[in-house]
Design a binder for this molecule. Structure first.
Ligand code: TMP
Ligand code: ASP
Length: 235
C-alpha cells in the first residue's frame, strides 16, 4: 500500500491518502505539544512508541468487540487505517481526579472516583477545546443523541478493557482521551491510545508514566515512553 499525498498534519501525526479511497496511512511524529500548542518539544522515538502501542491496544479492543479504524501496522511509525470522518469531540474517561479535573474542581490528584466520570470537550483549538454537555453536543450538531449513546457505551467498555490491560502491566489508568469517527455509517474508535493520551501511574511507586512528564518537566520523558512500550509488548 503506497502513501499518496498528505491530507492533514496534526500536532503528533500526519495522515496520507492511499490508492484505496477507504484507507489512509497515519504517520506518527516525535513532536510533542501541551497546553494547546503553547509548550512545544520533541520526545525522541515517541512516534514509534505511540504507533506500536496503539496498534497493540486497538487489536486487543477489537478482540473485545470494539470496532476500530485499525487495518494493520505497516512500519515503526506507520499504520494503515480505515478512512473515517472524525467527530470533533474529545471523549475523556476519568477513573481518578487529575489534570484539568483537579484544577477546575479543586479535587486532589489521585482521588479515586466511585464510578468512571465521562467528559466531552469540543475539538476546536481556536476555542481552547471547551467542555461540552450532551445538550451542547446535539445543539452544535456535533453528534446525534443516538450517536452519543453509542459513543458513551463504547467509551465505558473501552475503559473497562484498558483498566484491566494496564493493571496487568503494573499501571493504574487514571484517565484517557479517545476519538471516534464514522465509517460507512458505523461509529468506530479512531486516533490513538498512547502515553500521550492516557494518564498511567505505576502501581507500586505512583510514578507518572505518561505525557505529564513532558507537560510538567518531570524528566526521564523518553525513558518512560520506552518503559511503557516495553511492558505493553511483553504482556
Ligand atoms: P486533562 O486532565 O488535561 O483534561 O486530560 C485528560 C486526559 O486527556 C489525559 O489523559 C490527557 C488526555 N489529553 C489528550 O489526549 N489530549 C489533549 O489535548 C488533552 C488536553 C488531554
Ligand atoms: N496535545 C495537546 C496540545 O497541544 C495538549 C496535551 O496533550 O496536553 O496542546
Amino acid at each position: 500500500m503506497q502513501k499518496l499525498e498528505q491530507l492533514y498534519e496534526g500536532k503528533a501525526k500526519k495522515v496520507f491518502r492511499t490508492d484505496d479511497p477507504g484507507l489512509y496511512i497515519v504517520d506518527y511524529k516525535d513532536d510533542a505539544t501541551a497546553f494547546n500548542g503553547v509548550k512545544k518539544g520533541t520526545i525522541a522515538s515517541k512516534g514509534i512508541v505511540n504507533n506500536t502501542m496503539s496498534a497493540i491496544i486497538f487489536e486487543m479492543l477489537e478482540s473485545k468487540g470494539i470496532p476500530t479504524h485499525l487495518v494493520k501496522l505497516l512500519s515503526d511509525r506507520e499504520t494503515l487505517v480505515k478512512a473515517v470522518k472524525i467527530f470533533p469531540l474529545e471523549v475523556i474517561v476519568r477513573n481518578a481526579a487529575a489534570g484539568s479535573f483537579s484544577k477546575r474542581y479543586g479535587m486532589e490528584e489521585g482521588h479515586v472516583f466511585t464510578k468512571p466520570c465521562l467528559e466531552f470537550s469540543y475539538k476546536n483549538d481556536d476555542l481552547g477545546d471547551p467542555l461540552l454537555n450532551d445538550d451542547h453536543i446535539v445543539a452544535l450538531g456535533l453528534a446525534s443523541e443516538e450517536q452519543l449513546a453509542v459513543i458513551r457505551d463504547y467509551a465505558l467498555r473501552i475503559n473497562d478493557a484498558l483498566k484491566e490491560f494496564f493493571l496487568e502491566i503494573g499501571l493504574k489508568l487514571i484517565d484517557f482521551k479517545i476519538e471516534f469517527g464514522l465509517c460507512d455509517g458505523e461509529i468506530i474508535l479512531a486516533d490513538e491510545i498512547s502515553p500521550d493520551t492516557c494518564r498511567l501511574w505505576d502501581v507500586k511507586t505512583n510514578e507518572k508514566m505518561d505525557k505529564d512528564r513532558f507537560r510538567r518537566d518531570l524528566g526521564n520523558v523518553e525513558e518512560t515512553y520506552q518503559e511503557v512500550l516495553k511492558r505493553v509488548k511483553n504482556k
